[in-house]
Design a protein around this ligand. Structure first.
Ligand code: NDP
Ligand code: HSE
Length: 440
């Protein structure tokens, strides 16, 4: 038997995630009460349309369109509506009236997170958001708590299931981007409008949140460099496979030292890149997510699992709910993030990584030297060069050759200068592919 008064839980949203939260809260009521030491009483579920069909297990008698009244009487508010407004206003109202808030809303946190965290701190309320990045995978709490005494140096994540599914299908079947996207839509991974996923807006929001936690630093979303996967070609995928790589959309947040180009800071970026197939992130298949964290003392850590899905994401929401409820029962202040680092979020030009550049060149004397010279002029050191010559059916040479150049680490700025120079070089017919190589 529990002794503490029942805690009043308001749920905002009964869609993919909210419906599963409501079902699990109802079905597991007794067990959750035993774990928390108080009953968790779901007092209402705010939705837009009372007449929309609801998933099985949703207590429809609790549905309401009056979110504000629901928030007023709640101890804990769970926001799984999505979008910026009215979610932002509702969360601020809840915090200001002393309720703890749980949200899965990465779009809101990435754009208004600081306002929400500051409000929570000022009023002594808590804001939990385990579900906002990588669905069911526990990654927020490890960064916020378990690694709070360590120094994170780099976070690399596959944080968008839709794009990982598409790239994986392109890799395993040879499909084009459009074919793999159509399949992802059929299976319900990709939305009718897939822009947020394939153009990496969703991954950029998640990268901003991970970087904020990992580096104790504000990360404005506009400072996150973003490139989607729409231009990834079957030829790039096949070449990657041949060379022992796989192409993944990675969200990368890392600390960069001061150098001749400027002060130390952090870099946060999302883009497709080559990663060795043997790297832990290289084997993440289908719509799964994974986050690889490097920390000074802990070393390398990998977090892997379902990055989306109603019931999987509901698991993360309920974990937060148990934490929030336990805090109510135990009393005392909860946890507050420290955002003390005050480091600049550096532009992509400051990033140092390796690159793989594929170009078509004239198959004539002196071409290799001319190409090498361009790299040298811009201070980019070549690590590997592979040349293949296309032959006509009759076995005679055609006039172009393909050069695949792998570089040592170079700055993005130097690499961009090389690409510009190659583009106007007389010996270069076409730049076929430029990809960053990560995970070294
Ligand atoms: P859905 O679109 O499936 O559900 C949204 C719910 O919110 C619906 O029940 C809708 O009501 C309700 N709602 C929307 N606007 C309002 C409003 N103004 N007033 C009251 N109710 C409103 O979204 P999901 O469940 O997929 O996602 C919810 C959140 O979880 C989002 O922030 C998303 O980014 C995040 N998330 C989702 C994941 C997933 O796999 N789906 C994974 C990780 C995070 P009605 O049903 O009447 O339209
Ligand atoms: N659209 C997202 C994805 C859902 O594909 O990963 C989870 O945030």
């Amino acid at each position: 038997m529990t002794e503490y008064r029942p805690l009043r839980i308001a749920l905002l949203g009964a869609g993919s995630v909210g419906a599963q939260v409501a079902r699990l809260l109802t079905e597991n009521k007794a067990e959750l009460a035993a774990r928390v030491g108080a009953e968790l009483e779901l007092v209402g579920i705010a939705v837009r349309d009372l007449n929309s069909p609801r998933a099985e297990g949703v207590p429809t008698e609790l549905l309401t369109t009056d979110a504000q009244s629901l928030i007023l009487g709640a101890d804990i508010v769970i926001e799984v509506m999505g979008g910026i407004e009215p979610a932002r206003t509702y969360i601020l109202q809840a915090l200001n009236s002393g309720s703890d808030v749980i949200t899965a809303n990465k779009a809101l946190l990435a754009t208004h997170g600081i306002e929400l965290f500051d409000t929570a701190e000022q009023v002594g309320a808590q804001l939990y958001f385990e579900a906002a990045v990588a669905g069911a995978i526990p990654i927020i709490r490890p960064l916020r708590e378990s690694l709070a005494g360590d120094k994170v140096t780099r976070i690399m994540g596959i944080v968008n299931g839709t794009t990982n599914y598409i790239l994986d299908r392109m890799d395993s079947t040879g499909a084009s981007f459009d074919e793999a996207l159509a399949e992802a839509k059929e299976l319900g991974y990709a939305e009718a409008d897939p822009t947020a996923d394939v153009e990496a807006y969703d991954a950029a929001q998640k990268a901003a949140i991970l970087a904020y936690l990992g580096f104790h630093n504000e990360v404005p979303l506009e400072n996150v460099y973003r490139e989607g996967i729409t231009k990834v070609t079957p030829e790039q995928i096949a070449a990657a496979r041949r060379d022992g790589y796989v192409i993944k959309l990675l969200a990368i947040a890392e600390s960069l030292p001061a150098d001749e180009n400027g002060p130390a800071g952090i870099s946060v970026r999302v883009h497709p890149c080559l990663i060795e197939r043997t790297h832990p992130l290289g084997s993440v298949r289908g719509a799964f997510n994974a986050v690889f964290v490097e920390a000074e003392a802990a070393g390398s850590l990998m977090f892997y699992g379902a990055g989306a899905g109603g019931v999987q994401t509901a698991s993360a929401v309920l974990g937060d709910l148990v934490s929030a409820a336990k805090r109510h029962v135990a009393g005392g202040p909860g946890l507050a993030d420290s955002v003390h680092a005050n480091l600049p979020v550096l532009p992509i030009e400051r990033v140092r990584t390796r690159y793989q550049i594929t170009i078509e060149v004239k198959d004539q004397q002196g071409v290799l030297a001319a190409v090498a010279n361009i790299f040298t002029q811009h201070g980019v050191s070549i690590e590997t060069v592979e040349q293949t010559v296309a032959r006509a059916q009759d076995g005679k040479r055609v006039s172009t050759a393909t050069l695949e150049v792998g570089t040592h680490e170079a700055t993005e700025a130097a690499l961009a200068a090389v690409v510009d120079a190659l583009a106007v070089s007389e010996v270069v017919e076409k730049i076929t592919s430029v990809l960053r190589v990560e995970g070294i």
